[in-house]
Design a protein around this ligand. Sequence first.
Ligand code: NAD
Length: 364
Amino acid sequence: MQHNTARGPYKGGLRYHPKVDMDEVKALSFWMTMKNAIVDVPFGGGKGGIAVDPKKLSAAELERLTREFARKLAPVIGPEIDVPAPDVNTNGTIMGWIRDEYEKEVGKDSPAVITGKSLKDGGSEGRTEATGQGGRYALDAFMRLRERSPRGMTVAIQGFGNVGSYLARYLQESGFTIVALSDSKGGIYVPNGITDLGAIEQCKEKSGKVAGCYCVGSVCDISNMEQMGGKDISPEDVLTLPVDVVVPAALENAITEKNAGDIKASIVLEMANGPTTREADEILREKDVMVIPDVLANAGGVAVSYFEWYQNMHNEKWTKADVFSKLKEKMDSASEEVDEASKKYKVSLRDAAYIVALERLAKA
Ligand code: NAD
């Protein structure tokens, strides 16, 4: 689906999932137009996918399917036309096949036709960490704007995958105290703070879950729970803990009218796409909770996708430090502009983010 090119080539992810359908893809491509405008990267919105369960395919079938898809897409994509990226169930390897097949079709080297490539295929440094890092920069920016310090502020994170795990590390670097983490199977709550996130990642890798990962030194075991003053927690309960910041970083519709009233945090940092329903958003607004909306909070990924495209187009290779410093600039100015619009029009940060995007689109 190609939604809008007012500000640049269509850009959005390719999703492989049995539930992919035209309506979903249309909605997601609209969302990309908004997100790209908010972080001010010169792209419009696009999205694509195949209704398939890739877990049921062999590696060879997945590659054949992807290459055929790329041949069909070749006439309508290109570095200055439409630049896809990974999404649910697609990854750097799949992006590499699409680049390869596209290049065969057009008969020339064209790394910028797709982003999210692995480093060896022309990907960018920092792309894996980008969404978590971008979320941290956005939260840090709002802390500065509200003249609040992260020292002593507690954070609970639902979802400990790519986004949640990097975000936890970076928020800790900023001075926040991470007190709760969970994946789909449950999690841990340690009111005094979870310090060794590296040990938890290793523990999750070994055991397949965050639950039970009470780490003292390099020993992670449920028997440390009491000593740490911690307790097990369900994925849902993470959102209603008595903390300063809650972060839905797993799935859509995590905060609904059923649990919004129980949220005790003063800040919700939306790292997942669409984690708050409309009804819940209203409840949070009445409670005066600051919701940093998904279209801003998780836009770090697409910002670094733009950096990857730029490096490919100009035959440059940036260091991770360069990428992060440019990402910080983008997230800082997007956060400041959204905050300004929210004050000017007296609306929520979510409405303000859409106002910023629509103003940019109208101007273009
Ligand atoms: P991921 O698959 O790496 O991790 C998802 C995590 O959520 C896992 O830890 C999983 O166990 C957990 N989870 C699943 N269901 C859960 C539940 N009911 N309760 C608690 N935890 C649950 O995915 P990701 O890349 O980290 O993406 C997370 C969210 O961020 C998604 O909504 C995604 O659309 C959004 N997002 C991701 C990126 C990116 O660059 N990866 C960019 C923008 C938005």
